[in-house]
Unconditional design. Structure first.
Ligand code: FES
Lengths: 170, 157
């Protein structure tokens, strides 16, 4: 019993240490001196944190635009940089919408107007899945649920995104 | 879904086989003997791996990435080709219709016809920082182009 407890503690300790080292490395890789100067407390984003995706709110248009950024992901064995993507736009109510590009069928990356035959829709190149601008899946195509939505916040005029959630839970 | 040569990915593959008809494999030289080549080779290896992973991610619901194929630079191409074709034949016992081979090595270009897969040759890249903004931008653009190329094969079915 007490043995087990100790093991957990040691693993936790290792975990903290590894995260610490990794975080430090990622900071070196990702953050330019300029950004450091602007925001000295800018932390490398880990899964779960909201990350600055490098897009100013004023630059967000009403047409979905692809945004790519990186986060740090740690699992039991590897620490890796994982690319993230979102389709971002402002809707009629001037609210920011950030949709996950991951097709809810089998996970290919969807594109806004990815197929000339379907203007004004998201299109999945893998099995022809389609979604309307707000991410709703179009019946008769393979996906069975809407595109997920990113947790979001705006800070100092910049867009921050976190984890994607199924619509309604975001 | 993001299918690489991992157990958890194959668990998923087995559930969704009928949708997944495309394989991506990287093809790269290996050697340890020459100091000068070491840096270039490992750099290209890393870059190629990033390309393959990003493409697999982009097209994840239909694409699997299998282990890389490595060869000694001066090995007999005929032998390597027949081994690769055996790999391909084995894969095609599953419902795969497309097999893409990603490489930086232009030497394969003239053997393209003998391969039972589609060779996608990428022009090699100057040594640089894989994590720089410029490199990420470059990789992104290349990945989009390769992904479009693969989609064009899908459309010609
Ligand atoms: S993965 Fe998008 S339609 Fe199948």
């Amino acid at each position: 019993m007490s043995d087990e407890k100790q093991q957990v503690t040691r693993r936790q300790f290792l975990n903290y240490t590894l995260t610490g080292v990794g975080g430090f490395m990622a900071a070196g890789l990702l953050i330019s001196p300029l950004r450091m100067a602007i925001d000295p407390v800018l932390q490398p984003s880990k899964k779960g944190d909201l990350a600055n995706v490098g897009l100013a709110v004023d630059d967000i248009k009403d047409v979905p635009t692809r945004v790519d950024w990186k986060i740090d992901q740690v699992d039991a064995w590897y620490e890796s940089e994982v690319s993230q993507t979102a389709w971002v736009y402002k809707n009629e109510k001037d609210e920011i919408v950030a949709l996950s590009p991951i097709c809810t069928h089998l996970g290919c990356t969807v594109s806004w107007e990815g197929n000339d035959q379907f203007p004004n829709e998201f299109y999945c190149p893998c099995h022809g899945g389609r979604y309307t601008k707000d991410g709703t899946n179009i019946p008769g195509t393979p996906p069975l649920e809407p595109l997920h939505q990113y947790e979001q916040k705006v800070k100092d005029g910049m867009l921050y995104l976190g984890n994607p959630h199924p619509r309604g839970e975001a | 879904m993001f299918l690489q040569w991992h157990k958890k990915d194959m668990d998923q593959y087995l559930q969704a086989k009928e949708y997944i008809d495309t394989i991506v494999m990287t093809l790269a030289p290996f050697q340890f003997s020459n100091d000068q080549e070491l840096i270039k080779l490992t750099y290209q290896e890393e870059l190629l791996h990033i390309f393959a992973a990003e493409i697999t991610r982009e097209l994840s619901g239909r694409t699997v990435q299998i282990p890389a194929y490595h060869y000694l630079k001066n090995s007999d191409k005929e032998i390597e080709i027949s081994r690769m074709n055996e790999w391909i034949a084995d894969c095609k016992k599953q419902p795969f219709a497309h097999f893409f081979i990603l490489t930086f090595d232009a030497a394969w270009k003239k053997h393209e016809k003998a391969l039972d897969g589609n060779l996608l040759w990428l022009p090699s890249v100057q040594l640089g920082d894989l994590h720089s903004k410029e490199m990420q931008q470059y990789i992104r653009e290349q990945v989009m182009q390769i992904s479009e190329l693969i989609q064009s094969y899908w459309q010609n079915e």
